[in-house]
Design a protein around this ligand. Structure first.
Ligand code: SF4
Length: 325
């Protein structure tokens, strides 16, 4: 099959748009959609100037999503004096997994001449995920611990580096899965939080003074296209599944969405379009009821000083529980 825009062979067919594109036009199409998302989410404010630049911290895990995000951001902004970028890798302490993806992060950061910081659960919390899984004091899935620890460190270090935004590589499939999970679980509060997804979701370390907006510039790009982009561009992405991956419900939703998308192309896009409207309504309801503004109820964690709605934050409680075993 020929590319729709030239006479070269197509490398991808997007059933949801009917398009066939060659390597070059496919890559241009991905980059165009990411840049459009950056514009629509107003990630570069008018106030950003060479004298007063934005500082973007990018969560770089070494997987295809974060590697593609970092590469496109670098290509777009590396000559723009209004934007400073720092790649941040969190090392969870998972034998045979994170070391390999850390190599990919280091290679990419060197290729792009990008500032790269690495923080580890071991240095920060005196634990490794491999030990957490073995001890499991709360009888929870590994990802439930890991997500709390990772969010804490991303926020803590984004704040430390003076970030004005924290960018992550969530793709369209990730976002559609999360949307469907929140709806199936009846979690309206989570749906409402999505309203601010392009510019922030509440997390326990952000209070109103230190709140660091979040952004997901890949959220319009399907997972397969992110993988193809990484392959075509020969980016150093590490494609191995974490041995502790335990999100069974997400796995079921993922399969359901793949089947739906195959029978009804465009399902993921329409889920997200409807979800964003729903989230706006839910967020307004919470605000009117005065329930949604969790940031006004924040106090400092007695142990680490992070902003939290409890006396001791969830991260400190989990760290203590693990280290007590
Ligand atoms: Fe952590 Fe789960 Fe991701 Fe593994 S799959 S790195 S345990 S969140």
């Amino acid at each position: 099959m020929e590319c729709d825009k030239c006479d070269r062979d197509a490398v991808m067919h997007a059933a949801y748009s009917g398009g066939h594109l060659c390597e070059d036009h496919f890559c241009q199409s991905v980059e165009k959609r990411v840049r459009r998302r950056i514009r629509e989410d107003s990630l570069v404010p008018r106030s950003a100037t060479p004298e007063n630049p934005e500082t973007w911290v990018i969560g770089l895990s070494g997987g295809k999503d974060s590697v593609v995000l970092t590469s496109i951001l670098d290509e777009t902004f590396n000559n723009d004096p209004r934007i400073e970028m720092i790649a941040l890798t969190i090392h969870e302490g998972i034998e045979g997994y994170r070391d390999a993806s850390l190599d990919a992060c280091v290679e990419l950061a060197e290729d792009l001449d990008l500032r790269h910081e690495v923080v580890t659960y071991e240095d920060e919390f005196d634990l490794k995920m491999d030990d957490v899984v073995e001890k499991d004091p709360e009888n929870m899935a590994a990802c439930a611990y890991c997500g709390v620890f990772r969010r804490d460190l991303l926020s803590k270090y984004a704040e430390e580096y003076g970030a004005t935004k924290l960018l992550t590589g969530h793709n369209l499939d990730d976002e559609a899965q999360t949307a469907l999970m929140n709806i199936l679980e009846g979690d309206v509060r989570q749906v409402a939080k999505h309203f601010d997804a392009s510019l922030g979701s509440f997390d326990e370390r952000g209070d109103s003074d230190h709140f660091i907006p979040r952004a997901k510039p890949l959220r319009d790009i399907p997972e397969k296209e992110v993988a193809l982009y990484a392959h075509v561009k020969n980016l150093p992405a590490h494609i191995t599944e974490c041995p502790h991956s335990s999100e069974a419900f997400r796995g079921e939703i993922q399969q359901l969405l793949l089947n739906l998308e195959s029978n009804h192309p465009g399902t993921r896009h329409s889920i997200m379009a409807g979800y964003e409207e729903l989230a706006a309504i839910a967020a307004n309801e919470y605000r009117e009821d005065g329930e949604g503004d969790e940031q006004t109820n924040l106090v400092e964690c007695e142990r680490c000083g992070a902003a939290t709605t409890r006396t001791v934050c969830r991260k400190c409680k989990l760290v203590e529980a693990v280290n007590a075993v």
